[in-house]
Design a protein around this ligand. Structure first.
Ligand SMILES: *Cc1c(COP(=O)(O)O)cnc(C)c1O
Length: 431
């Protein structure tokens, strides 16, 4: 199996950076999320450079929902990134991580009044998703005597080749302003009190493995930018979202590189803005592409069973990694203590959750597996821990970061007491 640079095999053991996964499992226990900080930095630098080669006026907004751990956010802040935040919680964390409010965009299709107040208080730009939200934001900003800069989330109405649950720019999607209402939306914004429309925003979907849809979205965006300029909108930024996929199938997915992405998108964008005669910043919001391959989930084998097929029962299920159950996602798995042994049997790796759908990896050829072995699930850095739950009263596992020969918790594991502590005794039930 092809492995990215930070994953290697040494003396039969899977290594992440300079760490033997078996030693990490021994020290920290399983299940365990392990992230390589160096890989985050490499991924960011590569994506950023690929775009900046074409145009210097690029701003990287990391999509915080992919992995919202403070250590991860601080790494991105240190790299000079901002963030795409989708809730007040993500906004607070991004600011605490040291990100500049100017480098944030508050996205979301269903914001509360408190969300809008927070954005105005902190001076964070808002990507507005409806006329109704525009009216509310205007009221909020007016009441505070402040102006707020906005973009609209635009629905470019394009079909993308990905799982339907993560295609977000279809004509039928819940996100964004439809094509025939865009000009009216900006006219309304130009007239609204305390609102300054300065940007455009779209995000067409996630885990997209072709560059053409991105080029098409860029083309649609600059076309609209021309019309907006005509009606008097002074565009400071055009945000084309995230969505570039990664090769979850290491040996067969043909994932475009950030350079290929940039080579497809940037000429369209640059020709478009040159035609209009404007020089807005280009904003991008990658999540998965920066984080996906940085992290593995280590999970211990509790038992092996032969029924109609061979099952490997591990200690992590969809409570910790929802993607396979939610999106039919594929993740490579490696037996971390037998990483140099030949695959000889077909196994299905299943979690401990009381649901038939709790399957981490189905029908995989693996070396002979035994109780006590260690399985590494690859590419869990995006939408892994961030979608974890406490289903079945299972405390969420720890997350650690490795950096050179160091390793440390970036989040401790929860305990049953943590879960119990948020529950309350009912006053009408006798103690
Ligand atoms: C989820 C999301 C992203 C990131 O998507 P990836 O596929 O992880 O790159 C970017 N922008 C918005 C608005 C999103 O909702």
């Amino acid at each position: 199996m092809k492995l990215p640079e930070h994953l290697t095999i040494k003396d039969g053991h899977l290594m992440i950076g300079s760490h033997d996964c078996n030693d990490l499992a021994e020290s920290y226990g399983t299940p365990l999320y392990v992230t390589d900080e160096k890989r985050i930095r490499e991924n960011f630098t590569r994506y950023n450079s690929a775009l900046k080669k074409h145009y210097n006026n690029v701003r990287m907004l990391y999509a915080a929902k992919a992995n919202g751990n403070m250590a991860v956010l601080k790494t991105f802040a240190d790299l000079g990134a901002g963030a795409d935040v989708f809730s007040s919680g993500e906004l607070h964390l991004a600011l605490l991580a040291g990100m500049n409010p100017e480098n944030l965009l508050f996205n979301g299709s269903s914001k509360t009044k408190e969300d809008l107040e927070l954005a105005v208080d902190k001076g964070v730009r808002v990507s507005v998703d409806s006329f109704d939200e525009l009216a509310q934001l205007s009221e909020v900003a007016k009441a505070k005597g402040k102006d707020v800069e906005i973009s609209f989330r635009i629905n470019p109405a394009i079909d993308v080749p990905t799982h339907p649950k993560i295609a977000t720019g279809l004509a039928t999607s819940k996100f964004g302003i439809p094509a025939d209402q865009i000009l009216d939306a900006y006219r309304a914004a130009l007239e609204a009190d305390n609102i300054d429309p300065v940007g455009m925003h779209c995000h067409i979907g996630s885990q997209i493995l072709e560059v053409l849809p991105f080029a098409k979205a860029a083309e649609i965006m600059v076309k609209i930018a021309g019309k907006l300029t005509d009606i008097g909108v002074k565009l400071k930024f055009i945000d084309i979202g995230g969505g570039l996929g990664i090769p979850y199938h290491h040996d067969s997915d043909n994932a475009p590189t950030p350079e290929e992405y940039a080579d497809a998108v940037m000429p369209v964008f640059l020709e478009g803005i040159a035609r209009i005669g404007i020089k807005p910043e280009l904003w991008v919001e990658p999540g998965r592409n920066l984080m996906g391959d940085t992290t593995i989930l280590l999970t211990g084998v509790n038992s092996v069973k032969t029924a109609h097929k061979k099952f490997v029962n591990v200690d992590a299920g969809f409570n910790l990694l929802l993607r396979p159950a939610m999106y039919d996602s594929y993740h490579e798995v490696i037996v971390a203590n037998r990483a140099d042994q030949k695959p000889e049997l077909e196994y299905t790796v299943t979690g401990p959750i009381c649901e038939s759908g709790d399957i981490i990896a189905a029908d995989r050829m693996l070396p002979h597996v035994e109780r006590g072995d260690l399985i590494a699930v690859l590419d869990c850095g995006a939408y892994g821990y961030s979608m974890a739950s406490q289903y079945n009263c299972r405390p969420r596992c720890p997350e650690i970061m490795v950096n050179g020969d160091r390793s440390a918790y970036m989040r401790r594991g929860e305990t049953v007491i943590d879960i119990l502590n948020t529950m309350a005794d009912l006053p009408w039930v006798e103690k």
